[in-house]
Write a protein that binds this ligand. Sequence first.
Ligand code: SF4
Ligand code: SF4
Length: 453
Amino acid sequence: MAEGSREGSLDAPTRHPIDWNNPEFYDEAKLDDELRRVFDICHGCRRCFNLCDSFPRLFDLIDDSESGELDTVSSKDFKPVVDACTLCDMCFMTKCPYVPPHEFNLDFPHLMLRYRAVEKKKGEIGGGMEAQLTETDRNGKLGSSLSGLANWATDRKNGLTRGVMQGVAGVHKDAALPKFAGKTFEKQAAENPPAVNASAPAHGRKAVIYATCYGNYNNPEIGTAALAILAHNGVEAEVVYPECCGMPQMEQGDLARVETKAKNIAKTLKPYIEKGYHVISLVPSCTLMLKFEWPLISPDDEDVKLLSGSTFDISEYIVDISKKEGLAEGLKPLDGDVSVHIACHARAQNMGQKAAELMKLVPDTKLHVVERCSGHGGSWGIKKEFFEVGMKVGKPVFRQALNKGQAKYVASECPLAGLHIAQGMEATGSDNPLPETVPHPVVLFARAYGLSF
Ligand code: SF4
Ligand code: SF4
């Protein structure tokens, strides 16, 4: 190690492809060597002590060992550290000075992913009910077609069903779960396409919206608001939804499934990109998959590469219009202050606080920005063993979002974080009335345009 290299690299961080097709990736002795190498560096550094529950678990594990160093920690005790990682990417993106090209070559989240891929290969995770919960397309189709029954059964106030769900499926009985929409976003968009404003400055842009599983089956409001805003701004937009991006499978270390999905979706969207369409994704975790994770999982696929360079997050896209052509007229102040939560997977896209930039375009509306992990972590935060940890991690966000009772509206780009924040604010309590829901910022933006949301 060169003298002074612990100060971190001055070069822009890069991320290496995930070597999941190499048999060495699954070699447990090699994985253990790498875990020990990285954990030792982290123990000496400790910058990430307050990002999540993984690092405190790691530091306590080592500090409480016989020697107070890693040499007296058994490798079998590493699992709780890995299990507490939600793959939010914040350690890699915001804290770590040792990411590539630094010689330490440290990528903590992708090391946690490798551990899970090994567990998955050994059949230790990702089977049974756990696998069933991550089948978002099958569950979404079923839940939407029987939305009344599904929403009754999954309501957290339903003491009859939620206890059974906790026992059978491992879903914490108190965790707020997404509702299912009776009509998918794809159907709503096909039945009610908004008229495109031909006199808007951005007229001539064409975009295809990748609906995402959550946007399609659970919360079509994000997509319908996005479509209305785009049409008002002259953008001709179509909606496409081949299948889920595979983030839930990635959480389970199932990289082969993720690659199959990446290739299929990239192939479906390729003709649009070749005709000059931009691709817009509605949920930051899914956008992160399209932009950054898929090209690291499938680095030789040209369609995946093309898609990665053509994808925008919805907030990023509207801000892009405002900067390049200018927005269509009609934005009016909202009738209250807004707290906007910047989701981890939006931060991990390295694009700046686009949700905050978006809301700043609404005139005369006071904005409060909350940039901290809400503690949800996808399907992680609803599990029996992690829900309480997620609520603990999210506490500062719940308090900040309420902004001492000043915020009439609270918004988050991540709909799962939104659910979690709404539940956390309720648990925290306030003297002032709590916002009923935590919508995506585009929903508030559409409202500021008077587009009936
Ligand atoms: S990716 Fe997120 S949850 Fe995982 S270790 Fe890093 S900060 Fe913690
Ligand atoms: S991930 Fe990087 S910044 Fe965080 S504790 Fe480890 S070495 Fe330090």
